[in-house]
Write a protein that binds this ligand. Structure first.
Ligand SMILES: O=C(O)C(=O)C[C@]1(C(=O)O)C=C[C@@H](O)C=C1
Length: 118
């Protein structure tokens, strides 16, 4: 079995990306929600929390910047500030997290487009 096969198996999906259509090497970031192999030591677990927060923060900052860039392009071309269909897709995506996913998705959208009504 190849290393690639191993990666695909360990991530638990056929494409090795947790169902993502993107060519993301999520295995390299070690993002598996299976934490059974982690130590039981709280200090060590907190190091992993801190690492995850760094990844999440960087991802949110990049997402916000990309979203602002799209918005600027669209509005410069005379388009609308918001695209409802795209926002629905984001909300749907984060419903994987349950009801709090909606709150998180709304927050991500707000970070990208700025507060409404300005
Ligand atoms: O996809 C777009 O057109 C965007 O402007 C990005 C984005 C987002 O952050 O996901 C932001 C504002 C829009 O209302 C819809 C989606």
């Amino acid at each position: 079995m190849s290393d690639r096969d191993d990666q695909q198996r360990s991530s638990g999906s056929a494409d090795g990306n947790g169902g993502s259509p993107f060519d993301l090497d999520l295995d390299a970031l070690n993002l598996s929600a299976d934490v059974t192999a982690l130590p039981e030591d709280i200090d060590e677990l907190r190091v992993e929390i801190d690492r995850m927060d760094a990844v999440i923060l960087a991802a949110i900052q990049r997402r916000s910047a990309v979203s602002k860039k799209i918005g600027a392009h669209r509005m410069a071309a005379g388009g609308p500030r918001l695209v409802h269909s795209r926002e629905m897709k984001v909300l749907d995506r984060f419903s994987a997290l349950g009801s709090e996913g909606h709150t998180l998705a709304m927050l991500l959208l707000r970070l990208g487009r700025g507060p409404l009504g300005r």
